[in-house]
Design a protein around this ligand. Structure first.
Ligand SMILES: [Fe+2]
Ligand SMILES: [Fe+2]
Length: 135
């Protein structure tokens, strides 16, 4: 599976949020890279858990700005974050017991979801945040 390369089309023009997106992408790339090297499943499960936890922190950061600045499309955006969180909950339950290592399919899903979400849904707040002076 190809690694995700950061480029400027992914920027949402807010340094803190770009930094979080970059870290999420780096975490997915590190995991993708580690799979063929045969790291232990328990270790990998913990790392995926770390990625999911960090994604939740990131969602809370975006949602904090939505609330602070009165972002009109917040409800629909938050729904997407929640749908993602629900979808990965099944995996968390398994990895918590050390039963599953992450599959390429899971990482592919996480990576695809993240990139699509940034390019489509996160990008929708760029002009609004910029007009509010957030950068
Ligand atoms: Fe985001
Ligand atoms: Fe988002």
């Amino acid at each position: 599976m190809a690694l995700i390369i950061w480029n400027d089309t992914l920027s949402v023009k807010v340094a803190e949020l770009d930094g979080q997106h970059r870290k999420l992408i780096a975490m997915i790339n590190d995991l993708t890279d580690a799979i063929p090297k045969g790291k232990g499943k328990a270790v990998m499960g913990q790392t995926v858990q770390g990625l999911i936890d960090y994604a939740k922190i990131h969602f809370r950061t975006e949602e904090k700005y939505f609330a602070q600045l009165g972002y009109p499309q917040a409800a629909r955006h938050i729904q997407e974050h929640e749908a993602f969180t629900q979808k990965v909950t099944g995996f968390e339950a398994g990895s918590a017991q050390g039963q599953m290592g992450p599959s390429i399919q899971l990482l592919q899903f996480l990576g695809d979801w993240l990139i699509q979400h940034i390019l489509k849904t996160d990008k929708e707040y760029v002009d609004f945040f910029s007009a509010k002076g957030l950068k």
